[in-house]
Design a protein around this ligand. Structure first.
Ligand code: PNS
Length: 149
């Protein structure tokens, strides 16, 4: 069974999101729309509201809606997903999405310190992203509090 995840903050879902989700549902056996918090955005709508909006406007049988408070990559592994699907609105989105893709693949080139701190605060392994000499200092400061500007 081919499973894809469409992750995002969906605050609120747009017609662009809806289009991508419905097109993905034709390519995969199951699509999970995963509503997450983006640590760099302050949401206007609650998680419950955002999930309810998606439920009310997405028309596809094989789409499930879920939420998660940890790392996207852990959720994807737990659910045997083979693809993460995100839309790019413009070239300006590319840098951020490229960094997310790199961090989700565990690769360390061009990663921002903010992303490393977010992974750390959500309990992820950052040992391949920062120098060994300062690994413990970062863990001590950032682990678990979720707000490391
Ligand atoms: O719709 P958005 O705001 O572009 O979605 C970004 C989102 C929510 C997919 C991203 O912030 C995310 O994956 N958050 C969950 C925590 C995580 O895995 N972070 C890893 C990157 S540091």
């Amino acid at each position: 069974m081919k499973i894809a995840i469409c992750p995002g903050s969906f605050d609120p879902i747009t017609l662009g999101h809806k289009d991508i989700i419905e097109r993905a549902s034709q390519l995969f056996d199951k699509v999970i729309v995963l509503v997450l918090n983006n640590s760099s955005k302050k949401p206007v709508f609650s998680l419950e509201e955002r999930m309810d909006f998606i439920k009310r406007c997405v028309n596809a049988e094989n789409v499930e809606i879920d939420t998660y408070s940890g790392l996207l990559v852990d959720y994807a592994r737990e659910h045997n997903a083979s693809a993460l699907i995100k839309g790019l609105r413009a070239v300006s989105d590319f840098d951020y999405e490229f960094q997310l893709a790199l961090i989700n693949k565990g690769e360390n080139m061009f990663l921002s310190s903010s992303m490393v701190k977010e992974v750390c605060s959500l309990g992820g392994d950052i040992s391949s992203f920062v120098p060994q000499e300062i690994l413990n200092d970062i863990y001590k400061r950032c682990k678990g509090d979720g707000k490391n500007d």
